[in-house]
Every structure is written in structure tokens, then in C-alpha cells.
Design a protein around this ligand. Sequence first.
Ligand SMILES: C[S@@+](CC[C@H](N)C(=O)[O-])C[C@H]1O[C@@H](n2cnc3c(N)ncnc32)[C@H](O)[C@@H]1O
Length: 267
Amino acid sequence: MVATEHETQTSPNADSASPLVDKSGSRVQEMFRQIAPRYDAMNHLLSLSIDRYWRWRTVRILRLSASDPVLDTCTGTGDLAIAIAKKAPKNVRVVGSDFCPAMLEIAIKKRRVGTPSETIEFIEADSQSLPFSDNRFQCVTVAFGLRNVTDTDQGLREMTRVCTPGGQVVVLEFSQPRLFGLRQAYGFYFRNVLPRIGQLFARNDKSAYSYLPESVVQFPDGQALADRMTAAGLTDVKFTPMTFGVATIYQGRKPQSTDASASETTP
Ligand SMILES: C[S@@+](CC[C@H](N)C(=O)[O-])C[C@H]1O[C@@H](n2cnc3c(N)ncnc32)[C@H](O)[C@@H]1O
């Protein structure tokens, strides 16, 4: 597959010696198309269902008011959007966007009549050019999706653009444990065990679960990702590692318009 210009913009972590993973949009889209029917089952199996807890923690930090809509980008099969809809005040519109129709089809099937999920709108859209006007959503989230977006910074800028001034941008993403011993054990599981189990399930695309460890190792985490969020125009950016640092929640606030002009001068 031909590498795109965007790929060279990915910041590898310092300890990554492998070539940059191919995150071109067409490759990522095709990979998720192939694993879509088994995505949820594999996710819960490979994370021992801890992914549900991580999403629950993410929803808990959202300050949801009965006002503007909420957007979950790279929503995939919609689990975070559904969890948000359960917590959001009645009548708050929840939108889930993703560029892979096969993932969205599964999300749409999960909507249940008579429950908060019923009214979630699932929209096909690339996170690098969201089809929404500026300042629209009180919270903009992404779970395990930003790492897959070809141009991370463009994805963050778009999330910030569509967020209302004063609103929250929240990212849930894999990270690497810092604790010596655990880091090595995690690396072994990620590189050797997880791809093998993944391949048993992801029958068509054998590369999907070697993509996962490669993309995690090469993706910025901790302060490095927090700095990228600040550079995208967010303020008060903080991050909370979970489960010994295997996943991390990052949160930032879009400045009110008075201090927004200050952030515009940020290089
Ligand atoms: C690992 S899944 C995460 C799905 C879901 N958020 C979750 O928590 O399980 C990543 C999702 O990001 C989507 N994605 C990757 N790059 C994207 C882009 N540029 N625009 C929109 N969606 C994208 C993929 O189609 C896939 O559904």
C-alpha cells in the first residue's frame, strides 16, 4: 500500500525501532471493515472486558449539561456514544461519527427503542474534516480512535473546532505502562500473545492485530499527547493513567473566546 504524506507526521515513541505503521485512511478503513463483525467480542476478550471500565471512567468525567449536543468521534460500534447517551440529560442530542460504514452498521443495530440509545445519530465522517460547524458540541470525545487517525494533530484540531468554548475534549487511548517489569510484560503480551489471539478471530485480516501493538508503541502518550492537545488549541489539559498505565484518559477545555485568541498565537 502506498504510504501517504500524513504518515510521516506521526510521532513515534522514543523506544520504537520499527518502521512507521501504515495509517493511511484506506488501510485503516479496510482493516475495520474486515474486523467489524467481531470487533466487540475481540475487544472484550483481549482486554478481559476492562475496556468497559475505561469507557465508564471516561463518561464519568464528562460535565454534561442540558444544552448543546455531544459528539463521539471514531465511534466505531458505538459503545462510548451509548454510554454517553445513558448519562446525558434527556433531550441532549448525542452524535457518533466514524468513516467506516461497517462499524457504524453495528452501532446502529445496538440502538434500543425506549432507551437513551434510541436517538443517537450515527454519521459517516472522517475525523480529519468533520461535517459540523464551529463551536457546536459541549463535549467531543474519542475512544481508541485517535491513534488510528492518519494525521493526529488534524484530528485534534477538528475535535477542538467543533467543541463549544468552555466545552470538553476527551481522549481515551492506549498507553504504555511506565513501571519496570510491567512494561516488559505488557510489551510481550502485546507483541506476541495478542496478535496470535487476534488472528484466530480476525480471520480475513491477519495484520489487524499486529497493527494494534505497532500503532500503540508508535503513538505519543502521557505528556507528549497532552502537549499535542495543547497545541491543538486546548487549555487545562490533564491526563489520568488507568490500570497501571495501559490506558489513559486525556481531557482538555476549549478556551472561552476571550482567551481563544491567545491560543491562536500558539505555534
Ligand atoms: C479501535 S476502533 C474504536 C471504536 C470505538 N470508539 C471504541 O471505543 O471501541 C477505531 C475506530 O476509529 C475509526 N477511524 C479511524 N480513523 C478514522 C478517521 N480518520 N475518521 C473517522 N473514523 C476513523 C475506525 O473506523 C474505527 O471504527
